[in-house]
Design a protein around this ligand. Structure first.
Ligand code: NG1
Ligand code: ZN
Length: 531
């Protein structure tokens, strides 16, 4: 077939290094950018097949998120803007690892197994982050799409969540919004302005926010959005990419893991600051307290703020909708306790990786999900959205209920439900703080984090560690869990677990305890047990 000849010819321009084996991990393929050209071409092919199979537009995002600038990566986006379904992750791995002469066989195998009609049209949206390697790598994706006769739309530089949003808009015939970057800015900014316009006496101080753009795509995009916000939010942007290196000593991952302010952000005491990661799908907040002490407000604090706000609005609106918070093992123990015991919301724990949290959150009327690292969003079931909308439009209902329903409706419009989105989450947090008249210190005081420490351990083969119970316990190697248990017993309010990373060649160690010294010591001792 002519189509396959084209694939053969074009794949020769994107050859696979012999013997190179890569894995579609927690967030797609990720490694040094020099090893990825063939993977990108092949993901272009696979996205085209996925589009034919689903008869919908598929997204391909070229990014390595919080990883160093030299790395790159790629993830596929399914029709509703969600991460690609697990069965196709397996195909992605097979296709990426097929040696040059096996590529057509691997491709035909997917076509056969999925009974794909090659006559079906295909459409693929492509986006990229600001890494120097992203230009040529996204071109390789486009080459793959075209080699199989697919149509493409190249969005160029966009955040990961913007690309997810475009795919969802396209496949819902605009019901979710317009599939353009401007449409995204308009939808979010209008919702934000609606939410904040009736907040009395917002001072300039309350509107001011310091943003660390991690020298990445989020910095570019939040700048573009600023005019749409009509001064309702006054951003001071640092690490905007004009001089610093992507994610280097800055960005959400650095701030969360190092528990310190990023380089280049000039913060004065009490000022609200936030950091995005390299593709702007994560956000964390922080401020400098008295005596210059650094205070971090991570994904757990964000989930608590948002779920408290939503629960209050549901009560005011008199809407009987079930709300749940989905976390991972990395959630601070204090947050889980506060949510369950004080807030009385349902809390679920899933494996690391947003696709797991997203999936669990879909089971509730309203599912708030956040990884501790600041990656998360809120999902509303279709039925919940309908109930909110109906009440917001019901002129017979009393003023207080209607006000709450209108706030809920605008909140739904402000949230990017396809995936965690630093810009959308930032606007939501700012709106919630404004509506509730809360300072960042008051937000921080909702509960006190247990001191904690995260470490990375290099081992010969991280896959020997196998976990269970949402990664909170190990089942192999033999004896490791017992060793962790006996170390944990030495400390108060302590908890610790280890798991192999899905994005880096390391084992991650997490520990929390009643003091920072204890958390540090426990993490260190557990990391020694991993060797
Ligand atoms: P791994 O490397 O599997 O721990 C990291 C994050 C995840 C997720 C992915 C994708 C931690 C501890 N892990 O995964 O939460 O965000 O990257 O970006 O933060
Ligand atoms: Zn990211």
């Amino acid at each position: 077939m002519a189509q396959f000849e084209e694939v053969s010819q074009k794949s020769a321009i994107h050859p696979k290094p012999v013997g190179l084996v890569l894995q579609y991990g927690t967030a797609g393929f990720r490694t040094n950018s020099k090893q990825l050209d063939h993977v990108m071409f092949r993901m272009g092919l696979l996205a085209t097949l996925r589009s034919k199979k689903t008869k919908a537009t598929i997204g391909v995002m070229v990014t390595a998120s919080h990883n160093p600038e030299e790395d790159n990566g790629v993830k596929l986006v399914d029709p509703m803007g969600e991460m690609v379904t697990p069965a196709w992750e397996v195909y992605a791995t097979q296709l990426a690892n097929a040696e040059q002469e096996e590529l057509l066989t691997a491709l035909k195998d997917v076509i056969e197994r999925e009974a794909i009609s090659m006559a079906q049209e295909a459409s693929v949206f492509v986006g990229k982050d600001t890494r120097p390697s992203s230009d040529s790598l996204s071109q390789a994706v486009l080459d793959g799409v075209h080699a199989l006769g697919g149509h493409s739309k190249d969005y160029g530089l966009v955040t990961t969540p913007q690309l997810h949003y475009m795919v969802c808009c396209q496949n819902t015939q605009g019901r979710y919004g317009e599939a353009t970057v401007k449409g995204y800015y308009r939808k979010l900014s209008q919702a934000f302005i609606q939410l904040t316009k009736n907040v009395p006496n917002r001072t300039d101080d309350q509107k001011a926010l310091l943003v660390d753009g991690a020298n990445g795509i989020g910095a570019l995009k939040v700048c573009e959005m600023e005019t749409y916000l009509k001064n309702e939010l006054q951003l001071s942007l640092f690490n905007d990419g004009s001089s610093g290196k992507l994610n280097h000593l800055c960005g959400a991952d650095y701030v969360k893991v190092q528990q310190r302010a990023p380089k280049g952000v000039e913060m004065t005491a009490g000022e609200r600051c936030c950091s995005y990661d390299g593709d702007a799908d994560r956000i964390v907040y922080y401020y400098s307290g008295s005596a210059g002490r650094f205070h971090l407000l991570d994904g757990d604090k964000i989930a608590t703020l948002i779920s408290t706000y939503l629960k209050e609005l549901l009560t005011q609106a008199g809407l009987d909708l079930q709300i749940a918070v989905v976390q991972t093992a990395y959630a601070n123990g204090s947050s889980t306790q506060y949510l369950e015991d004080t807030m009385k919301v349902i809390v679920r724990c899933t494996k690391t990786g947003v696709k797991h949290l997203h999936h669990a959150a879909q089971e509730f009327d309203i599912g708030v999900y956040f990884e501790a690292n600041g990656h998360g969003t809120v999902l509303f079931s279709k039925a919940a959205e309908k109930k909110i909308q109906k009440l917001a439009q019901d002129s017979n209902t009393n003023a207080e209920r209607r006000r709450a329903a209108l706030l809920l409706q605008n909140t739904v419009n402000l949230i990017n439900q396809t995936v965690g989105d630093a810009i959308s989450d930032m606007l939501l947090i700012e709106a919630v703080l404004a509506i509730r008249g809360m300072t960042v210190q008051q937000w921080d005081a909702i509960y006190t984090d247990l001191p904690n420490r995260q470490l990375k351990v290099k081992v010969a083969d991280r896959r020997v560690i196998d976990t269970t119970d949402a990664e909170r316990r190990t089942v192999s190697p033999a004896g490791l869990q017992e060793a962790i248990d006996s170390l944990v017993k030495k400390y108060r309010q302590a908890r610790s677990f280890v798991r192999p990373s899905g994005t880096e060649d390391v084992v991650r160690v997490y520990a929390e305890a009643d003091t920072q010294e204890s958390a540090d010591a426990l993490a260190h001792e557990v990391s020694l047990a991993v060797y």
